[in-house]
Design a binder for this molecule. Sequence first.
Ligand code: GLC
Length: 547
Amino acid sequence: MSSWWRDAVIYQVYIRSFADGNGDGVGDVAGLRSRLPYLAALGVDALWLNPWYASPQVDAGYDVSDYRRLDPLFGTLEDAKALIADAHAHGLRLILDIVPNHTSDQHPWFQEALTAAPGSPARSRYHFRPGRGVDGSEPPTDWPSIFGGPAWTRTVEADGKPGDWFLHLFAPEQPDLNWTNPEVRAEFESILRFWLDLGVDGFRIDVAHGLTKDPAFPDVASTSTGMLDGVAADHPYFDRDETLAIYEGWRRVADSYEGERVFVAEAWVADASRVARYLTPTRLHTAFNFGLLSCPWDATALRTEIEATLGVLAAVGAPATWVLSNHDVLRHATRYGRAQTSLADARRLYGTPVDHALGERRARAAMQLINALPGGTYVYQGEELGLPEVEDLPPEAWQDPSRHHGGHDGPVRDGCRVPLPWSGDAAPFGFSPAGATAAPWLPQPAEWKNRTAAAEEQDPHSTLSHYRALLRIRREWLRRGLGDGTPLEWLAAPSGVLAFRRGEVLYYANLSEAPVALPAGYRVLIGSEAVEGAVLGVDVAVWLVAE
Ligand code: GLC
């Protein structure tokens, strides 16, 4: 019997933008609980919730000040317990987001460290180091922050004089923890147990390739501040061998619980072979396979990426977990709506004209692709509605901290985080209840009246209707072709056509510039669009079975 997580469809709930129960313009647990029937009807197997812990919200909750409490913005611990029970009652597993690379600067540990003396045990939970130069006024290394600017900030000592510097790979309000400190290791295993005891089914590990740093603190001499580009081996702070041992401890914790409690790593590493290192049987269960995010909409490129991923994961016995979008990257319905469709191009082309209809058509064919591949899939809230990136948010609405820190002139991450449209003709489109006291925390475009869940439910040709049908059929064929287990066999096909077989189910997608004929003797189980005759239109995908 195959394990649930080897081919689960996991819905990413970006909680602050999912559904607002109390009318303050920010999504919360009450809102999420009220929408569980929608998620169950969608046909997903599990939910991954972005961080809901107590936080100053400098980086939308990725700056945690208390890992055992909910931020009042989202609810209480009682609400969390009720959600876990409700989700399970709806047949949905629940995965939390654990943030081990850094805490908030408001975390009691960091506050204690700031007032403690250099070299004290309180400071050794983080990375405090003297600066360089005669008066220590230069950062200890040349490491850049992912959000721009240096990754070090200087402290002021008790006597008012400038003191040591502390490391923050992200915002200055997100100091990096020192994972060589046994207290840090023990604390995180205890946090895992706290939530596992409450019944959660697993964790997404934030910046899972971070955590340990080269103790020699060498310069990195890099001009790239991006984490999303993937890093090469032997890097001073990403993807280091010592990090893997931490997860062996975490795996022992998870395995000591009933049911299959699992991990998914967010590891932006050089390639799939580096990802596989995290996924041996004594380490983590899964990691996001981000390869398709950077892959152009091209049959050869997609096939190459898929083969590479499946090849290296098979060697360690781990399933793939396919991802097209998340809360950090441009929504793929927009990425695919331009001629150049890799993630790097998407950043360069931000705000340039986009063909939304084309992007949505390809997004449906891509969704049908990943759900036909071996392994599991992720769906980022709103993907099921075909939502585009909102690229014209007014600057005064921007919230993402990456915009604050010099060095970044690219797009900010707010455009994929706009609150979901549920119903109605005008903002807040059912995101907040009637009589809400505040507008949604990011403004929703007026055109979204055609993109609400309610509107798409009424339309049998909508992306929502397609996605629901897709997941229903995927479940019917699960482990009889689709999902985990059945090998993928590439089929001969005309140039620009992606074609493979999974047991009895065939996948065909036409990425060429002209319609192509489908093989004879098969019927269409589902198409990303209506298919007429035996002809597959451009940017359309089908699942076929023998007639
Ligand atoms: C991860 C999160 C991102 C966050 C960063 C720092 O990449 O997905 O949203 O800003 O880590 O925690």
